[in-house]
Design a protein around this ligand. Structure first.
Ligand code: ATP
Ligand code: MG
Length: 444
């Protein structure tokens, strides 16, 4: 029973009362990216496992510990996507986009799957908004990709978020740096975690990204990549910073950022907040010039970012950001008796055709219960139909906020087209003000 009614650990339902916020985030992100030229791409939820082991990198936490991998019935190894980039790059290569107009500019909202220890801001199924720009090598590309994320946060009114930037160089300048790192970490062999001992051989930079507190403490004293990057990489980094400044985007250089995935080169960045606990990175991204070549394509510079939507929502809720109001029910049509119920169905339908949000009884409840329900859902107006109303074609329309009531004629054209009688002797202007957004146009 418990299995039936409990979702798997680390997953989350988005209930009807919450989904409006999600739609708002997704829409704002997509529309903001579209202003820069990014258009939506949709790729499969699962890919061949090899795509991720090759691109994300087999010394990363994601590949070593976190992937949802299984054999399908055809005995292929399949993995639920742990991130969005690999699939997008695969799709661009497969569909020949890289031979077409460059840069390829794609945006997405995807669910991602990682077998992690669930906690606030860390789930096993989570959602990312992301963009990828393929084929662009210039510093201007980095600056604009960063600007998309920055602009999304600005438009959403996100407070307390900081852009941290670093350059992790290219394979050329990294070779010298790796040597220094191995030298440094070798002195701590007895203190590093098991995973990091393996990384020391294969990919020492990964140690800088280890989540274990002991390794993090040791990593604090490690040599910094930024001190070892080559002239080309340094010039590129300066170019990015100049453009961020020109666009008025604040940032700090944080030499400890290396990012969790293997494919990054040169620019890496994170948008970080102190307001949402330990999982403070809301958005992470950077340049991955080596990835496409690594997947067997022609060497192609590329970059992008991914934003964790659960963390973004958490941050917005914690810092009191504004969300748009959910549309309230315009009119609830209450009814008493079979004939009135049929009429209520019909009227509600006709109002919806006019673009109104209309509801009527679907529970055969008493009038009192119906009115209680109308109040509960925040209906702005109610209309009450009974045998008497059906006979006369006139019913009471109530403004729920002001309790003001007027008689309306509902037969004409089926819709509430005319006010029949005003029992409170209000002026037409007063009535128009109170009921003006319902189709009572004949009055005016
Ligand atoms: P972290 O260091 O927090 O594990 P990461 O480096 O693994 O993050 P990325 O692979 O860069 O994360 O993913 C980009 C963004 O996706 C993160 O900055 C975060 O906002 C979000 N994210 C990553 N993993 C999770 C998760 N398990 N649950 C919720 N959001 C996540
Ligand atoms: Mg992670």
């Amino acid at each position: 029973m418990a299995l039936l009614t409990n979702a798997p650990r680390g997953t989350q339902d988005v209930l009807p009362s919450q989904s409006g916020r999600w739609k708002y985030l997704e829409k704002t992100a997509m529309e903001t990216a579209a202003l820069f030229g990014f258009r939506e791409i949709r790729t499969p939820v699962f890919e061949h496992t090899e795509l991720f082991t090759r691109s994300v990198g087999d010394t990363t936490d994601v590949v070593q510990k976190e992937m949802y991998t299984f054999q399908d019935k055809g005995n292929r190894s399949i993995t639920l996507r742990p991130e969005g980039t690999a699939g997008v790059v695969r799709a661009a290569m497969q569909n020949g986009l890289l031979g077409d107009a460059l840069p390829v500019m794609a945006s997405y909202v995807v669910s991602c799957f990682r077998y992690e220890k669930p906690q606030a801001g860390r789930l096993r199924e989570f959602h990312q908004f992301g963009i990828e720009m393929l084929g662009a090598a210039a510093p201007s590309a980095d600056a604009q990709v960063i600007a998309v994320a920055n602009e999304i946060f600005r438009v959403l009114g996100v407070e307390g978020i900081r852009l941290e930037l670093n350059s992790i160089g290219c394979p050329t300048c990294r070779a010298a740096y790796h040597k220094k790192l191995v030298e440094y970490f070798s002195a701590y062999k007895d203190k590093l975690c098991e995973t990091c001992l393996g990384r020391l051989e294969k990919n020492p930079m990964r140690i800088l990204d280890c989540k274990s507190p002991e390794c993090q403490e040791i990593a604090k004293g490690a040599p910094k990549i930024i001190d070892y990057i080559c002239d080309d990489c340094r010039e590129h980094f300066e170019g990015v910073k100049t453009r961020l400044n020109a666009m008025g985007i604040d940032f700090v250089v944080n030499p400890t950022i290396v990012r969790g995935l293997d494919y990054y080169t040169r620019t890496v960045f994170e948008f970080v907040s102190e307001n949402i606990g330990a999982q403070g990175t809301v958005c992470g991204g950077g340049r991955y010039d080596g990835l496409i070549g690594m997947l067997g394509g022609k060497e192609t510079p590329a970059l992008g970012f991914a934003m964790g939507l659960e963390r973004l929502l958490l941050l917005m809720e914690k810092t009191g950001a504004q969300f748009p109001e959910e549309p309230a029910c315009d009119i609830y049509i209450a009814s008493m008796g079979e004939a009135a119920s049929v009429k209520a169905c019909q009227l509600a339908m006709q109002l919806r055709e006019e673009g109104f949000f209309a509801q009527c009884d679907s529970m055969s409840r008493s009038l009192k219960a119906q009115m209680k329900y109308a109040d509960k859902i925040g209906a702005r107006y109610t209309l009450v139909l009974g045998d008497n109303e059906l006979e006369t074609g006139v019913a009471k329309l109530k403004n729920m906020a002001t309790s003001q009531q007027i008689d309306v004629k509902f037969e004409e054209g089926g819709v509430l087209t005319a006010i029949y009688e005003n029992d409170q002797n209000d002026t037409i202007e007063q009535i128009a003000e109170s009921f003006g957004d319902l189709p009572l146009k004949n009055l005016l």
